[in-house]
Design a protein around this ligand. Structure first.
Ligand SMILES: Nc1nc2c(ncn2[C@@H]2O[C@H](COP(=O)(O)OP(=O)(O)OP(=O)(O)O)[C@@H](O)[C@H]2O)c(=O)[nH]1
Ligand SMILES: Nc1nc2c(ncn2[C@@H]2O[C@H](COP(=O)(O)OP(=O)(O)OP(=O)(O)O)[C@@H](O)[C@H]2O)c(=O)[nH]1
Ligand SMILES: [Mg+2]
Ligand SMILES: [Mg+2]
Lengths: 275, 291
């Protein structure tokens, strides 16, 4: 694309296809490219990379800052939710490690009391990260969260990371369970829910937007954690999530190891999109 | 609906609601948009559109009084045909019969392994499940717990990190103990991870599984075509399992993976319970993709 002198229809089509293949969705891709078409005489092909970076930053800026909310001198609760297999438990392991590296006192709550060996998996992560865990294997998830909050407050933890079972957003009773967990947090630790994060697998298609809509209604999302970005999928649906729902992307998972966690950076993201 | 959108497109252009060669491209653009919104990979959408273009320009649509509905029917029929293939049952070849499951991280392999073992036993065979994921924390425990739920034994070696050795020992164990089907659960992996793809290749060469099933999450987007194609090119898959179909994604990935590999979807994962593994119904999938 750099060899061309001006932006022509072929190049516009090529760019639109790239955006579609990145799972931005047809509407978002068309919108971005139509705006470029209107401005094409003002932009040289060599400037496209910077143009797209600015455009995408503009697209998602309505969603606010991608900074993780962590208040000093108090307990910070993170509620981690999302559909099955998206990477929640692994993300908690990575976050626990990162926060412990920062010298914070971290507790994780094994809120998935349903899936086979879910608590064992989280416990291995908590040991790797060097943090404490609350688990009660046959209990109700809300009860595990309740007990974790009591411990976190009594023993002055800085961070409490709450793991939840994967669930499909079209399962009413499972979303009700999640609302109940949030009610326990709001009642037992008012104002201490610093982040309510939806974990989205970068390979997800347009259904990711629906997931965000439903989880947003159930647990008032403050951000998205985009996982498996070390694969070939680009997770473009997060652009639509930021634009349509105003939910910022805060974290990015780039592998299966404890250190494979980054903050979301719009420039880097767009760079990878067009690389 | 697609039918209404097509009808509006055709009406706008011709003024009388009949498809002509001229407005066909606009109508097909609507079909393309619908398929992309359903997560069918772009490459597959293009091939699909060019295939149905001939059928659509044929006599039937040109003379139809509801060309929009007629075009939708052509799209639906084509989807069913492409998704259908023959209803290929799971192979029982091999002494023991070896079934290997693989795919991306979190796609549902471990859950499917236990479901499949249950189905195989209900079919009168004597299955053994093999825990060959040596990386994921508590992977073995997860499979052992599911094995208990379906009352099927799980072969595992807690301290081994040697997948080749685990599967070799498992097969020997199966032969000695009279298990005639061995279902091997493997670790999730990226199709671009050369080391982990080589691990699968080694297992394939050594044990020649009768079934090599790619497990795909039905909410997958555009990358479905590249993922499936890579696994197929490197391993030669024999079939596909689409999981989490109890969700509300349109499931276009199903068309992407079937078209790019030419292999059939053998099962549909419809939930987290052990009985939630159903045959794959092309008509239902086609309806779902069309929304
Ligand atoms: N390549 C890669 N794999 C990841 C990443 N994050 C998680 N995984 C893998 O994805 C799989 C699922 O991760 P989990 O943490 O168990 O996902 P989950 O959302 O907790 O799953 P459920 O609790 O069953 O819903 C595991 O194999 C992880 O190692 C990532 O950023 N990159
Ligand atoms: N709703 C629903 N959930 C499913 C289905 N199949 C699997 N799951 C869930 O998806 C999540 C991931 O399933 P696993 O079996 O651990 O996936 P996996 O492919 O073995 O994951 P890795 O080994 O980490 O690659 C779990 O929460 C499962 O219960 C399905 O058909 N429907
Ligand atoms: Mg989990
Ligand atoms: Mg597994």
């Amino acid at each position: 694309a750099q060899e061309k002198e001006e932006i022509d229809d072929d190049l516009l089509d090529e760019m639109e296809e790239k955006l579609i293949r990145a799972d931005l969705g047809v509407d978002t891709a068309v919108q971005v490219i139509e705006k470029l078409r209107d401005n094409k005489n003002k932009i040289k092909p060599s400037q496209l990379s910077n143009y797209f970076k600015d455009e995408f930053k503009e697209l998602i800026k309505g969603a606010g800052t991608g900074q993780i909310n962590l208040k000093p001198g108090q307990l910070n609760i993170f509620l981690i939710t999302g559909v099955n297999g998206s990477g929640k438990t692994t993300l908690i392991g990575k976050l626990a490690y990162k926060f412990r590296q920062q010298g914070r006192k971290v507790l994780v709550a094994a809120g998935d009391t349903f899936r086979a060996a879910a608590e064992d998996q989280l416990e291995i992560w908590s040991k790797r990260a060097g943090v404490d865990i609350v688990r009660q294997d046959d209990a109700d998830p809300a009860s595990v969260v309740y007990n974790a909050i009591q411990k976190a407050k009594a023993e002055n933890y800085d961070v409490l990371l709450v793991d939840t079972a994967g669930r499909l957003h079209n399962r009413f009773n499972l979303m009700e369970e999640l609302r109940k967990i949030k009610k326990v947090i709001d009642r037992e630790a008012p104002g201490l829910l610093s982040e309510s994060l939806l974990v989205i697998d970068a390979t997800v298609g347009q259904n990711g937007l629906k997931q965000a809509e439903v989880f947003q209604e159930a647990v008032s999302l403050t951000g998205v954690g985009l996982t498996k970005l070390d694969g070939t999928a680009k997770g473009g649906i997060v652009m639509a999530i930021a634009k349509e729902l105003g939910i910022p992307i805060k974290l990015v998972g780039v592998g299966e190891k404890m250190e494979d966690l980054k903050s979301f950076n719009a420039e880097e993201y767009v760079e990878a999109l067009f690389s | 609906t697609l039918s209404e959108r097509l009808q509006n497109t055709i009406k706008d252009i011709s003024g009388k609601g009949k498809i002509t060669e001229e407005n066909m491209n606009d109508a097909l653009r609507e079909v393309r948009r619908a398929l992309l919104e359903a997560d069918v990979s772009l490459k597959v959408v293009k091939a699909f559109i060019s295939n149905i273009k001939d059928k659509a320009i044929g006599e039937e649509v040109l003379k139809s009084i509801t060309p929009g509905q007629q075009l939708v029917k052509i799209v639906y029929d084509e989807l069913v045909q492409l998704l259908g293939g023959q209803n290929v049952p799971i192979s029982t070849e091999g002494k023991p019969n070896i079934i290997m499951l693989f795919g991306l991280q979190g796609s549902g392999k471990t859950t499917t392994a236990a479901k499949l073992a249950l189905k195989i036993r209900k079919g009168g065979r004597n299955p053994l499940i093999v825990a060959a994921d040596v990386y994921r924390p508590a992977a073995i425990k997860q499979l052992q717990s599911l094995g208990k739920q379906v009352n099927i034994p799980v072969y595992a070696e807690e301290d081994s990190k040697d997948v080749r050795q685990i599967v070799t020992s498992a097969i020997k164990f199966a032969k000695d103990e009279g298990y005639n089907s061995v279902i091997v659960d493997t670790a999730g992996r990226l199709q671009i991870d050369t080391e982990l793809m080589a691990e699968l290749l080694i297992l394939d060469r050594l044990f020649e599984p009768a079934e090599k099933l790619l497990v795909i999450d039905s909410m997958m987007g555009q990358e479905a075509v590249n993922v499936a194609q890579t696994f197929d090119e490197q391993l030669g898959i024999t079939g596909i399992v689409m999981t989490k179909l109890d969700g509300d994604s349109r499931g276009g990935a199903a068309l992407s993976v079937v078209q790019s590999t030419g292999k059939p979807v053998k099962f549909a994962g419809m939930g987290e319970k052990m009985d939630a593994l159903e045959p794959f119904y092309p008509e239902r999938m086609a309806q779902r993709i069309l929304g």
